[in-house]
Ligand binder design. Sequence first.
Ligand SMILES: N[C@@H](CCC(=O)N[C@@H](CS)C(=O)NCC(=O)O)C(=O)O
Length: 198
Amino acid sequence: MTTIHLYGFAGSTYVRSAMIACEQLGLDWDLKPLEFGQASHLALHPFGKMPALQHGSVDLYETAAILSYLNDLAEGAPLIPTEPLARARMWQLISICIDYAYPALVKATFADDTSQIDTEPADRCLAAIETLVKSGACLTGDRLSLADLVFEPMLTHYLKTIPGGEKHLEGRPGVTRWYRDVQKQPAVIAAYRESQSE
Ligand SMILES: N[C@@H](CCC(=O)N[C@@H](CS)C(=O)NCC(=O)O)C(=O)O
C-alpha cells in the first residue's frame, strides 16, 4: 500500500486524531514536518492549519474529511457505525468537538495564565457529551468510532493543561468511564508514543 503522509506536529490534537486513526486501521503511514506558515505549508493547507494528508495523488485537508478517507481505506470501514442513529451521533459528536470543544478545551488554554481561563464553555461541552455518551466503552457504543478519535486528544490536552486537571470530570461518570477506557486503546497508546519520539 502507498504510504500515507500526514503533515503536522504530533502535539496537535487534530494531527493526533489522524495518527490514532492510522494506527487503529493498520495503515502504512508517517508523519512529515511542516514549515509552519511557509509557502510549502499553504500549498498543502490554504488556511495554514494541520493536519494535511498526501496519499499517492490524493491531497486532503480538514480533519473530518481526512478521518473519513482513512476509514474508507480499511477493510470494512470500521470506524463509522453502520446503524443510522449511531452514525448520526458520531457526526453530532464530531461537530460538537470541532465547533465547541476545540475552542473551549484547546484554544482557550493557549492563554498566558491558565489559572485565569473561563472554564464554563468547557464545562458546557463536557455536560453535553455526558448526555450523549453511551454505556459501552466508546462514545457511540461498544466500538471505537471517529468521534472517540477526535475527542480523546482534546480532552487529554485540556486535563493536562488546566490547573486541577481531572477534577473537571467530577460528576460526569459517563465521560470519566469513557476517558479511562479509551486511553487503554492500543492505537491511542501508539499515537502518544509516536508524539513523544518526535
Ligand atoms: N478545521 C481544521 C482545524 C485544524 C486546526 O485548527 N488545527 C490546529 C492544530 S490542532 C492548527 O493548525 N493550529 C495552528 C493555527 O491555528 O495557527 C480541521 O478540522 O482540520
